[in-house]
Design a protein around this ligand. Structure first.
Ligand code: R5P
Length: 262
């Protein structure tokens, strides 16, 4: 059940610190406000001394900002951040968050990150912003993975938004790999497209790879089977389905906050 904002805001110091005031109507909250509310709620899970996975994207950015702020205020101490992208690395550095990596810290206490889609079983699609491989490595190594979304990210089934399901592929013969991916899901009406960035050049990930976006007309059915089939293709590095990884999903919606636990 959703916690209505007036109640949440009256009881959550974090939201007040965020400069969010009890809304007289939900119309006062923008999508970015919702992302920020979810992010600040997630940061309540952070304790001094933790090794933290720092997510990527417009929602996770608020959580990283908040962690930096609490460190500056001395309300959090001895945090070590493991960034999931170059962009987050830069953001965390600029905030003075001490950073490390999985080589030095193979066990991560808690990761906080956004998602592009969340299904009713807390399976996710991630990577529409171009980060997925490092996210999957860091979030796969964490004891607790808190996902933060606004309610527009909720879907009945993965791929159900009609938007991309990203697959990171090596550059070599990417077109061959894209064709094989499309064939794999032809029953779901799959169309595979190379992601392009600025100047119509292929988008290149932090790891020097390309992304092939898969679009589905229908459900792909068994997600585990789909995941295994994708990963079996030589040329595929990783895909954006995060199955059975999230331990908590915090959803900020028009009517309030909902916390879903695995
Ligand atoms: O590639 C990007 C990451 O997977 C993001 O966490 C995901 O796309 C959600 O991003 P946003 O919070 O900007 O919607």
């Amino acid at each position: 059940m959703a916690i209505p904002y007036p109640h949440f805001i009256a009881t959550a110091k974090a939201a007040l610190d965020a400069g969010l005031h009890a809304p007289s109507s939900s119309a006062m909250l923008s999508q970015d406000d919702l992302k920020k509310i979810a992010a600040y709620k997630a940061v309540e899970y952070v304790e001094s001394g933790m090794v933290l996975g720092l997510g990527t994207g417009s929602t996770a950015r608020h959580a990283v900002d908040r962690i930096g702020e609490l460190l500056r205020q001395g309300k959090l101490k001895d945090i070590i951040g493991i960034p999931t992208s170059k962009k987050t690395h830069e953001q965390a550095l600029s905030l003075g968050i001490p950073l490390s990596d999985l080589d030095a810290h193979p066990v991560v206490d808690l990761a906080i990150d956004g998602a592009d889609e969340v299904d009713p079983f807390l399976n996710l699609v991630k990577g529409r912003g171009g980060s997925l491989l490092r996210e999957k490595m860091v979030e796969g190594a964490c004891k607790k993975f808190v996902v933060i979304v606004d309610e527009s990210k909720l879907v009945n089934f993965l791929g159900g938004s009609g938007l991309a399901m990203p697959v990171e592929v090596i550059q070599f013969c990417w077109s061959f790999t894209a064709a094989r991916l499309q064939k794999l899901f032809q029953d779901a009406g799959c169309v595979a497209k190379l992601r392009v960035g600025e100047k119509d050049e292929p988008f290149v990930t932090d790891n020097g790879n390309y992304i092939v976006d898969l679009y589905f007309e229908r459900s792909i059915g068994d997600l585990k089977a789909a995941s295994d089939a994708i990963l079996q293709l030589a040329g595929v590095v990783e895909h954006g389905m995060f199955l059975d990884m999230a331990t908590t999903v915090i959803v900020a919606g028009e009517l309030g906050l909902t916390v879903k636990n695995k």
